[in-house]
Ligand binder design. Structure first.
Ligand SMILES: C[S@@+](CC[C@H](N)C(=O)[O-])C[C@H]1O[C@@H](n2cnc3c(N)ncnc32)[C@H](O)[C@@H]1O
Length: 663
């Protein structure tokens, strides 16, 4: 009587009365086999065809199960799709609710996937074994089953053990020790539901024809997602508390780097026209990782607090495949940044035929990045190592990213790390913990052999320092100017995690060989670009334009403190300013003349301001001297901080920003 079920059981599984089954047998709709006793028995495979799809529900308890979110999730399912794909299957609440005709399901937990396979292929055998477990269940038995070495068990025995332990252990948790042995204690259930016959058969029906996989999520998605798939991603959640120990191995071996990597995979899927929904906690990191997409808040009951009184509804996020924003350059408040002038730069260049462009003073890197987006072959230069870290990471680099493993390597404790920042800059800019993080991360960055990875990490680390610092500068020590901005409440490590994501996200290929240099413009050797963009430090007698003074700290980081001449007597521990002609009036005039002459066969786009020298007429005259025809765009502009507005009265802080186009 292998795999044959008596009439009473068969009718219950299908959800009809015994009478109906007898009639079906007579009508040959579902034919029974007669046993020696004359009773009707039914073949499981025949029964499967008659189990209604809607009956199945998850056969295990699973942390973070999505049963409660089903109403929210089901309303987001696309009307049509070819195949259902779930890379982090767990309890499979959405899969069972949908019972899709075609599906590929994956989980990295081998015991879990084995159980799904056994339910799909041999539910009767599994149920027999579960009945045995149920009969023997008590505390002693639980612990003896828990300690069994699973490699000697058959797939069915393993699946039965898995379900038995899941139904009887504390809270249905799944946790293994370092050796991979299940170690959750017994739960306090009076009558645990070990044998749920109806549901196991219903699940088996739902799983017929479904392909099951046990591999890493990224490999699974790469191999199986197609443009007409519907993908539901329910990864391990980002903890709501601070992620100070987030880089440790989690139960799921899912670290912060994996979350960053997954966000990139999600974006790539959406860009390829895949309909993908993702759920995660409402942690700040989730909000940032998916900031380009529509986010919907949903409420779920979760046991996240040890104190039962504090348990209750928790906000979670559903990420929907609707782009709300395009990819942006990772923002900073770099002095003199032309972020607000980009539309004018595009306008000035709209009839331009240039193919190659030199951005000779790239600063924050935002203009070089914008020019790359516009399709130019861009050469960036700045004498600050910080600036060239950014442009090497985002302008020259076409496709290298920091992978989940790289991020793990960056965040892990490095025993060989020096204590340079911790001692030299103690109590100056950041807390001891932040300083320790900087020393450690720098030591880890030094281990990378790939220049692009190094630059991505240095750029992200520098941006974290700029974000963590009130006003984003290093011209004062201590913590004055704390204006309560949210960014100031995150640790450097948290900022670094956010920034790594921002930089990874911003990497793209415009099909051109873009390049980065890191020398003084006076020593730069770039052969005749079609266009030269000049945005030098503005010389004004009202304020100094020394970038090293403002950014020496991140400059030191980007140079791993090598070759910097720290002025020990200064409060800020700044180092000697770099040689630049733009520090003096005379030098500034000479430098302009030198550059205009050197690149006289190129067109020029020059940024300058109305309260600086040379003035507008002098600049036009200099450009005309090298045979150029000049058009001038004048833009009203108010400096927000730090630069020219500082020593002059407020009325004058509104100045004109000039864009000279000369060809
Ligand atoms: C006005 S900022 C450029 C801002 C940039 N266009 C942006 O949007 O962020 C001027 C830049 O010139 C750099 N610089 C100053 N003197 C230099 C020199 N002699 N050679 C190369 N770069 C220099 C500074 O480090 C600074 O980043």
């Amino acid at each position: 009587m292998e795999n044959l079920l008596p009439l009473g059981v068969a009718s219950r599984i299908i959800g009809v009365c015994d009478q109906t089954l007898r009639r079906w047998d007579n009508d040959e709709k579902l034919v029974a086999t007669r046993g020696g006793n004359g009773y009707r028995y039914y073949n499981f495979n025949d029964i499967l065809k008659h189990i209604p799809n809607s009956k199945a529900k998850p056969f295990i308890k699973w942390a973070g199960g999505k049963k409660q979110l089903l109403p929210d999730l089901l309303t987001k399912v696309p009307e049509q799709y070819e195949e259902y794909i779930e890379p982090f299957l767990g309890g499979g609440a959405l899969f069972f609710a949908l019972c899709p005709a075609k599906a590929k399901l994956n989980d990295s937990n081998a015991e879990l996937i084995n159980t799904y396979k056994v339910i799909r292929d041999n539910p009767s055998e599994l149920l027999k074994l579960l009945v045995d477990h149920k009969k023997s269940h008590n505390k002693e038995y639980f612990y003896s089953v828990r300690s069994i070495k699973t490699n000697n068990l058959s797939d069915e025995e393993n699946a039965a053990r898995f379900i038995y332990l899941n139904k009887t252990c504390f809270n249905g948790l799944y946790r293994v020790n370092k050796k991979g042995e299940f170690n959750v204690p017994i739960g306090s259930y009076k009558n645990p539901r070990i044998v749920d016959l109806d549901n196991i058969y219903a699940c088996s029906k739902a799983l017929q024809g479904v392909e099951l996989f046990c591999m890493d999520y990224s490999e699974f998605i790469n191999n199986h997602v197609k443009p007409n798939s519907f993908v539901y991603l329910d990864p391990p959640y980002i903890p709501l508390s601070k992620y100070s120990d987030f880089d440790r191995y989690t139960r799921d071996k899912f670290r912060v780097g994996n979350q960053i990597e997954l966000a990139k995979i999600y974006r790539d899927m959406i860009d390829n026209g895949v309909y993908a929904i993702l759920s995660n906690s409402s942690a700040e990191l989730t909000i940032r990782l998916y900031s380009d997409f529509k986010q919907v808040k949903v409420l779920a009951n979760r046991f996240i607090n040890k104190n039962p009184e504090k348990r209750g509804k928790v906000e979670e996020l559903l990420i929907l495949p609707k782009r709300e924003k395009e990819i942006e350059f990772p923002s900073t408040r770099y002095m003199g940044s032309k972020s607000r002038l980009l539309p004018y730069i595009s306008e000035a260049l709209k009839d331009n035929n240039s193919k190659t462009v030199l951005d000779a003073f790239s600063g924050s890197g935002i203009v070089s990045y914008h020019l790359k987006k516009l399709g130019y072959e861009v050469t960036s230069n700045d004498f600050l190592a910080y600036s060239s870290s950014v442009t090497r990471a985002l302008v020259e680099n076409k496709s290298t990213l920091l992978s989940a493993d790289d991020i793990y390597e960056l965040l892990r404790h490095n025993r060989k790390s020096k204590r340079f920042v911790q001692t030299k800059f103690k109590d100056l800019y950041f807390s001891d913990d932040d300083n320790k993080f900087l020393d450690n991360t720098l030591a880890n960055i030094a281990k990378f052999s790939c220049e692009y990875k190094k630059s991505l990490a240095l750029a992200a680390l520098s941006r974290s320092c700029l974000k963590r610092r009130p006003r984003g500068i290093f011209t004062y020590v201590g913590f004055k100017y704390d204006d309560g901005r949210k960014d100031l409440s995150f640790s450097l490590k948290e900022h670094f995690i956010f920034s790594v994501h921002e930089f990874n996200k911003a990497v793209f290929d415009n099909g051109k060989e873009n390049k980065t240099h890191n020398v003084s413009v006076m020593d730069l050797d770039v052969s005749s670009p079609d266009l030269v963009y000049l945005d030098p430090p503005y010389f004004s007698k009202f304020s100094d334009n020394d970038y090293v003074r403002r950014y020496h700290f991140i400059e030191g980081l980007c140079k791993n403190w090598e070759g910097v001449d720290i002025q020990e007597h200064t409060k800020t521990k700044k180092f000697k300013k770099y040689d630049s002609p733009f520090h003096t009036k005379d030098g500034t005039y000479k430098a302009f003349e030198f550059i205009f002459k050197k690149y006289k066969s190129s067109s020029f786009l020059v940024s300058y301001s109305s309260n600086s020298l040379p003035d507008k007429n002098e600049l036009i005259a200099m450009l005309e001297d090298v045979g150029k025809k000049v058009t001038l765009m004048e833009i009203d502009y108010t400096y927000s901080f730090g630069n020219q507005g500082k020593n002059i009265n407020r009325a004058n802080s509104s100045v004109q920003e000039y864009l000279f186009y000369a060809e």
